[in-house]
Design a binder for this molecule. Structure first.
Ligand SMILES: C[S@@+](CC[C@H](N)C(=O)[O-])C[C@H]1O[C@@H](n2cnc3c(N)ncnc32)[C@H](O)[C@@H]1O
Length: 230
């Protein structure tokens, strides 16, 4: 049971993804175009080192590998043993040598080097943990690119769409805290983000760069194309 205002709950998240791991890839099928869009926004270059934060079963790995090439590197970080087991099987199946998987909470992940880019794809619980966001941002090079995607509360005339957001969120997250602007802790840490919304404002892609030195800004700049927050 999720209580209003409460932050992410690790024990609940582990149980949630233990139950969901077997059907996760199937459930995500309809959202794959969004993954492609998010990874395009990362503007990866050959040879880049990229973090797949909360990598789950590794659904982003193939596209990330296409971006960084065989000479680039990817680290996937995932706390659920059942989810990362599938990611490991995927890596083994494809014989990807430049993918490393860390079975760890993001906030405790032992990252040894700084990355060129980081992807947070449908990782609301991670985005709402200051310590997890801080650990990732600490391990980004100045100018590194970040993209976060996921569900958000919608507003205004599209308010009824929240009836669809709620069950989807309850299946994926352990905290509804921050669902109006899930990217806000990231913006607090790195500065303004471009935020694009779609599907009546129920889904967002936020992107930005880690500035040098990191900006302590809390504002977000919305892309003119998407208009006011719904
Ligand atoms: C909705 S899934 C997204 C998986 C993947 N990013 C994708 O796009 O398919 C969220 C994932 O975040 C993981 N997760 C949640 N909190 C975490 C944390 N603090 N550290 C590491 N992984 C976490 C969950 O175990 C789950 O696999």
């Amino acid at each position: 049971m999720i209580e209003a205002g409460q932050g992410p709950d690790r024990t609940a998240a582990l149980a949630q993804y233990r139950r969901r791991a077997g059907v996760y890839d199937l459930e995500l099928t309809l959202l794959e175009p969004l993954r492609r869009k998010a990874i395009e926004r990362l503007a990866l270059e050959r040879g880049d080192f990229v973090l797949d934060v909360g990598c789950g079963t590794g659904l982003s790995l193939e596209l990330l590998r296409r971006g960084v090439g065989a000479e680039g590197r990817i680290i996937g970080i995932e706390q659920s043993p059942e989810m990362i087991e599938q990611a490991r099987a995927r890596v083994a199946r494809h014989r990807w040598r430049n993918v490393t998987l860390l079975g760890s909470p993001v906030e405790a992940a032992d990252l040894q080097e700084s990355a060129d880019a980081a992807l947070f794809h449908f990782t609301h619980d991670i985005l709402r943990r200051r310590d997890a966001v801080a650990n990732v941002v600490r391990h980004l090079k100045p100018g590194a690119r970040l993209v976060a995607t996921g569900l958000k509360w919608t507003g205004g005339w599209a308010l009824p769409a929240n009836l669809l957001v709620l069950p989807a969120a309850l299946r994926s997250v352990t905290s509804l805290e921050g669902l109006r602007q899930p990217w806000s802790r990231l913006a607090d840490s790195i500065g303004p983000l471009d935020v694009e919304t779609m599907l009546l404002g129920a889904v967002y892609i936020a992107s930005g760069r880690r500035l040098s030195p990191p900006a302590a800004a809390s504002s977000t700049r919305r892309r003119a194309a998407v208009g006011a927050a719904r």
